[in-house]
Design a protein around this ligand. Structure first.
Ligand SMILES: Nc1ncnc2c1ncn2[C@@H]1O[C@H](COP(=O)(O)OP(=O)(O)OP(=O)(O)O)[C@@H](O)[C@H]1O
Ligand SMILES: [Mg+2]
Length: 237
């Protein structure tokens, strides 16, 4: 389970070092991608895989992850009433994030436990800067403020064409009866801009992101993901 003697990438050595466990970092892993890309499905599998390895794993999501975050989530995603303007929407996401970092994520990482989050700061770049066309610099500054600089050790982007994600969501709606939320109802072009922003972010930071083709089977995706975790020394087979 511990890493071998290979030279470790610098970024692994600079964060949350666990001196008692041979410089083992505690991973904070984020799943990103369009709604319907398969984040929840793959997170279910990864959570099971890690728990089978006796890791302490916490699963969370944005917006949400705390009581306050869940109340904010309702305000952001509800279909009734006057929708928030783009800036108000961004600030609501960031308020949820700040609370999430302080109340949920940081305390668990400090206890050397794993955190898997369905979305994090990269979603605000993709949806609010990419989708809503707010300046990327403004979103970045607010992300920095809300997270206090906390960054995921790894972000897994489930990349899928917009029309395929929509098909999956429609199928899921038919079987579960759960209606599309306010953001899911945005136009095709909005989701295309979101997809492109995610791909751009992943390209710009290859050591902290992996891009998976979300059209593959869950079994194949798990193989690729566990291979990456093993490469980083975070899991064994
Ligand atoms: N690799 C896959 N191949 C085929 N179907 C998949 C795959 N992954 C997920 N699905 C199906 O696609 C639908 C959407 O998946 P899921 O709910 O995991 O996506 P999500 O990214 O969590 O969506 P949301 O953001 O809306 O929560 C589900 O019905 C799920 O069973
Ligand atoms: Mg989901």
């Amino acid at each position: 389970m511990h890493r071998d003697n290979k030279v470790k990438p610098l970024y692994l050595m600079t964060k949350r070092l666990d001196l008692s466990h041979n410089w083992l970092p505690m991973p904070f892993i984020v799943f990103e991608g369009l709604d319907g890309s398969g984040k929840s499905s793959l997170m279910d599998r990864l959570e099971r895989f890690l728990k089978n390895q006796n890791k302490v794993v916490h699963r969370t999501r944005e917006p949400g992850g705390t009581n306050l975050g869940d109340e904010i989530r309702y305000l952001i995603l509800k279909n009734e009433g006057t929708p928030p303007c783009s800036r108000a929407e961004l600030l609501l996401y960031e308020a949820s994030r700040a609370q999430h970092v302080d109340e949920f994520i940081k305390p668990r990482l400090e206890k050397k436990e794993w955190v898997l989050s369905d979305r994090f700061a990269a979603s605000s770049i993709a949806f609010q800067a990419g989708g809503r066309a707010i300046s990327e610099n403004d979103v970045q500054a607010l992300n920095q403020f809300a997270t206090g600089g906390l960054q995921p050790d790894l972000t897994i982007l489930l990349d899928i064409p917009v029309e395929k994600a929509l098909e999956r969501r429609e199928r899921r709606e038919k079987t579960t009866g759960v209606q599309a939320d306010r953001i899911e109802k945005e136009a095709f072009d909005f989701h295309e801009r979101v997809r492109q922003s995610f791909l751009k972010q992943a390209q710009a930071d290859k050591s902290r992101w992996i891009v998976l083709n979300a059209e593959k089977t869950l079994e194949q995706l798990m193989l690729e993901l566990t291979y990456e975790l093993k490469e980083k020394g975070w899991a064994s087979f």
